[in-house]
Design a protein around this ligand. Sequence first.
Ligand code: AHR
Length: 497
Amino acid sequence: MPVAHLSLDPAAVLAPVRRRLFGGFVEQMGRGVYGGIFDPGHPASDRYGNREDVIELVRELGVSTVRYPGGNYVSGYRWEDGVGPVEARPTRLDLSWHALDTNRFGLNEFVTWCRAAGVEPMMAVNLGTRGVQEAVDLLEYCNVESGTHLADLRRAHGSPAPHNIRIWCLGNEMDGDWQVGQKPAHDYGLLARATARAMRSVDPDLELVACGSSGADMPTFAEWERVVLHETYDEVDYISAHAYYFEQDGDLASFLASGVHLDRYIEDVIHTADHVRAVRKASKYIDISLDEWNVWYQTAPRETEPGWHAGGRRLEEHYTVADAVVVGSMLISMLRHSDRVRVGALAQLVNVIAPIMTEPGGGVWRQTTFHPFALTSQRASGVVLHGTLSSPLHETAKHGQVPTVDAVATWDEDASSLNVFATNRSVSDSMSLEVDLRGFGVTHVVDALVLGGNDPYLRASASRPVQPRAASDVTLDDGVLRVSLPRASWGTVRVAA
Ligand code: AHR
């Protein structure tokens, strides 16, 4: 069996494992909210209408931060419509998804849900159809304690304590021609800068995310990043990046190597941000908020019936094992760049391109993609290590020659526990991974789990779960870990002292 080697040293630390890397995203669309996280009258819902069975899976998934309310939706967002007495809330047209927005679930409901789920809210402001004033008003409503009109309005709406939301996105995908209020880079940069300045004068320690372009393949990338960061450099902390992959024309080999594309994309954003840093002679670094990433085929219906209507099945992807392998490999890439990728948000969380699915009136179930995310989030702790990987290579149509095995490791010194996350991108061959752990004093394998190797197109359903299984072939001898990875698989091994 061909062998890949990963060599690790406890002193070669890349970055701490940051919990925010394992964020998620709930957009006001489809069954993400209504019939997803929120379903008044459902037997599993609490007194607020929040589904407790969904919350249980959100906790199991290990999601840290949840971005809200969009996505494209935020570019027409009127936050005031979703606060105050429910019966007085207006129904509006949501232009981004050609949907009706009843505003039954609004800002305070979202914060209540976050507290119940134990996640941190990450809020986005509308810089599509709105601007500085509305963003500052939203911030005042959320974060000012009392004594102003909007802070007191929040209190009157039943939230005496401020929501204290720390991280904010300044708009969404503003270079996309699908975006309501799309803007040229310079215009967006000026608006984002003015908005950031005004928001910081209310709450100086906010963490702010400027919009990067909507993806690496946009014609605007990376000139957009350069122009936007030139205008906003002193005011923001992060530039956003969005990455969606899918298998095209039956080319599984290229699809499984999507992490190679993500590596290059992240590195291009870093280089662009650092170029602006050099030009501006700035000392601080701008980090990346990878606040939308996933597998997304864009073939699942955007709406199920013509006309304007609320909720309904939109973008409900049904994921395969191969999709899960790609999700796992994207997390490997994110961890490997976690010195600069400090925030992540899997897009999305429930029903809409999601790891968690609900059945109308019924239960919840885990898509295949649930598992690599949950296992990585649950196990990655301590620090991410700089590893030296040498792997056999193979050719792909889309990404050229790629390493067949990819892997990353985290080391938790306090717990004397080391986790390796690995993927085998070969469509045909098993691969062996050898990891040199002689510097760590680890003595035994705690467990080893693998997903893949059989039918890459297998899907889970409400009645048929697909789970990772124990890896059969794993040893730790004289400080060298050996594990075999079946074709088209993702896996994780935990070793300890
Ligand atoms: O996540 C689905 C959509 O993808 C988001 O609304 C948008 O930001 C992106 O294009």
